[in-house]
Design a protein around this ligand. Structure first.
Ligand SMILES: [Zn+2]
Length: 497
């Protein structure tokens, strides 16, 4: 293994290892060195002791192929609405897979409304085994050229970064996933179980294609979702600090609150005013605190991530992990917006609408309360709690959530946890690896709703201050690509060999 400091590597590791590839039963052969074979120089080495596949440093060609594919994908405006080019991204990815040795008949692009989704299957040696799915999405969040420093759909390399909408979320990850499989295929790897690439086409909006994909692949063994949960590079030293993978996420929910009133002339006010009533209800909800909670994932996160936080937060994280009823710890963590969502369900008012004329008593007020529910609770349960918190029998509350499903956290499977740790440590032996609980919603929720464990494991490392997902001037360090190819290669092989 090359163990270069991150900044020194630039992601283009020298090729120093042999081309010997060993299969699980000890057979070995030489990686084919054809000009087509991107991983030809980068050997896969099977470690007998650790029972883990590990890749050598990603080679220059694989890095360049990943970047070129990502750039082509970024140039396609795969944004929901008229002119959505997600179907073209799917074709681009299909072409890359076919050029890399996939059979065209194993790849399906299915149009859906203005978008499309892609499912590509690499058949394994043992058809009785359930497939390993690599999940991602091809659509991106809208980006306006006038707001960016350059056109978000004209990819650009600048100062060691790939810039463009999708550079982080998540066209570069898609490209790395594709080049990982192409490299493995080229090197002669033959998975025991099927490996399936499943890319959705509307993850950033309706999330309908993710639901369809998960239903089709409901018999899968497990999912590696390369969307989100990437590694983190230290702000000061520029070296990788930790890799926090996600094994669960909070459930997204929207509730509509409605207060009605007969109304009347504003010159004749009544004691009960619909706007005032709603205001009081909302304040009671605002002050309501859901019970603090912890699970294996968030406990692992608090213990693993504490060392990078300021002393008071770190102490509170450790105290909460040890005893989730610790009042002082709860108070400290609740006061910090980046931690309050990690210790339980949160709900917040996001919209309000009411009244119909400047000189009339309001007849109707509506408000939206957005909740992020801790795994293990149903949306109906939280609706009941909100009703109790508002303590207003005249207020109606309805679950109006769209495109979300409540899911349990995926189990901390030893094989998966091991594969993630081996993969990251194969490239960065001293980097901390620990689980976490996602606060946003991803396609993982659809798989989990079918009982298929799903783990978010984007192999890219990035500084938190460089992360502009969904925001302006999105960019990802190019130096991260080589290690990311190695990490994903190791994960995929360990879970499919
Ligand atoms: Zn994403």
């Amino acid at each position: 293994m090359q163990l270069l400091p991150f900044d020194q590597s630039l992601g283009l590791f020298p090729l120093s290892l042999s081309n010997i590839i060993r299969s699980e039963n000890g057979d070995e052969f030489i990686g084919r060195k054809t000009s087509k074979c991107l991983f030809a120089g980068a050997a896969l080495v099977f470690s007998m002791a650790g029972h883990a596949w590990a890749a050598s440093a990603g080679d220059r060609q694989a890095v360049e192929a990943s970047l070129a594919l990502a750039e082509k994908a970024i140039a396609l405006r795969s944004v929901v609405g008229p002119g959505n080019q997600t179907p073209q991204v799917a074709q681009l990815f299909r072409d890359a897979l076919v050029a890399g040795g996939f059979s065209a008949s194993d790849i399906a692009i299915t149009p859906y409304r203005d978008t499309a989704y892609l499912i590509a299957r690499w058949p394994g040696r043992d058809p009785s085994l359930k497939p390993l799915v690599i999940s991602g999405h091809m659509d991106v969040v809208e980006a306006k050229a006038e707001d960016w420093t350059h056109d978000p759909f004209t990819p650009k390399m600048e100062k060691g970064f790939l810039l463009g909408r999708g550079a982080t979320d998540m066209k570069l990850d898609d490209a790395i996933a594709i080049e990982t499989l192409v490299g493995l295929k080229c090197a002669g790897y033959r998975p025991r179980r099927d490996i399936i690439i499943a890319f959705s086409g509307d993850e950033e909006t309706a999330m309908a294609t993710g639901a369809i994909i998960a239903e089709k692949l409901a018999g899968a063994e497990l999912v590696l979702n390369v969307d989100g949960a990437n590694g983190v590079i230290d702000e000061k030293t520029g070296t990788p600090d930790y890799f926090a993978w996600e094994g669960g996420e909070k459930t997204y929910a929207d509730y509509r609150l409605v207060v009605t009133n007969p109304g009347g002339h504003s010159s004749e006010p009544r004691p009960l005013n619909a706007i005032a009533e709603m205001a009081e209800d909302i304040l009671r909800i605002q002050h309501y605190r859901f019970r603090p909670e912890i699970n294996d994932l968030s406990r692992g996160y608090f213990l693993g991530a504490a060392q990078w936080e300021a002393a008071p937060i770190a102490a509170a994280m450790r105290a909460f992990a040890a005893e989730p009823t610790d009042e002082a710890a709860i108070e400290t963590l609740s006061a910090d917006p980046s931690f309050v969502g990690r210790i339980g369900t949160t709900c917040v008012v996001t919209e309000i609408n009411g009244g119909h004329a400047l000189n009339a008593l309001p007849q109707r007020v509506t408000a939206n309360v957005n909740c992020r529910i801790f795994p293990g609770h149903s949306r109906a349960e939280i609706l009941g709690e909100l009703k109790q918190a508002a303590a207003d029998p005249a207020m109606t509350i309805t679950d109006v959530t769209e495109g979300s499903v409540e899911t349990p956290a995926s189990p901390m499977r030893a094989d998966v946890v091991g594969a993630i740790e081996h993969a990251v440590h194969g490239v960065y032996p001293r980097v901390a690896v620990f689980p976490s609980l996602g606060s946003g919603a991803s396609d993982s929720m659809w798989f989990r709703s079918h009982g298929v464990p799903s783990y978010a494991v984007s192999p890219l490392f990035i500084r938190n201050s460089d992360s502009f997902m969904h925001g302006l001037n999105e960019r990802t360090p190019v130096a991260s690509v080589g290690p990311a190819l190695d990490i994903l290669t190791a994960m995929v092989t360990e879970l499919s060999h």
